[in-house]
Design a binder for this molecule. Sequence first.
Ligand code: NAG
Ligand code: NAG
Ligand code: NAG
Length: 225
Amino acid sequence: MQPQDSSILSLLMAYLFLLLLLNQQTGVQAQGLIPDNFDGFVYGKKSGFNPETVMIEAFFDPVCPDTRDSWAPLKQALKFYGPRVSLIVHPFALPYHDNAFVSSRALHIVNDLNSSATYTLLEMFFENQEKFYNINTSNLTRTAIVNYIIDFATQAVGRTYYSAVKSGFSNRQSDLKTRASFKYGCSRGVLGTPQFFVNGFPAPDVGSAIDYDLWRKIIDPLIGF
Ligand SMILES: *[C@@H]1O[C@H](CO)[C@@H](O)[C@H](O)[C@H]1NC(C)=O
Ligand SMILES: *[C@@H]1O[C@H](CO)[C@@H](O)[C@H](O)[C@H]1NC(C)=O
Ligand SMILES: *[C@@H]1O[C@H](CO)[C@@H](O)[C@H](O)[C@H]1NC(C)=O
């Protein structure tokens, strides 16, 4: 072995070692990022969820007015299609909405307590959205907002769950789940809300909420109507 060869060999060894190290690190990161189950909240009966049907994924910020405005026409379309179409809502907390993360977290907490109440809470956020706008909460402390949301979310699951909802906000799991939702949206290239995917493909961006007629135009051909 010539001296030159051995230095190339040691360089190669060092390179391989570095690769191995990097690989291990990314492996650990991926593990930390993958949640226990698929992100989001299934609409309607969980047993009725069928990946063989047309699947809509919606990225919703509970305190975003455009998200709120998109819900009624989507709900109407879901009612029309019945079991032919499934929906999963992923909370996506926009950073410029002060109360987006805490309200998304409330959805995860309630969903873990009783998944039948998740959409009740989501609709409550839509109906009372002004209360959570930046301008209306600018004088409130973080603690005051969280306490308000604990009371608010408790109304969706029922009084007996008050302490469970409260402890949900000091439980790291609900924080991590809300982060996972956000990261999942980022990984899908979500830039704003509402954003929709149909069978995994982005729904046409029409610059405003998709209305009922447009939902029909998108989905009718997929199920042969
Ligand atoms: C969950 O919520 C549904 C709908 O509000 C309600 O009918 C049901 O009794 C709740 N289940 C529990 C265990 O609280
Ligand atoms: C929230 O702020 C808006 C102005 O942005 C105001 O019109 C509305 O009455 C406020 N609502 C509540 C519940 O404070
Ligand atoms: C916030 O506090 C300031 C000063 O006390 C007051 O002028 C303002 O109206 C308050 N804003 C809201 C939204 O309550």
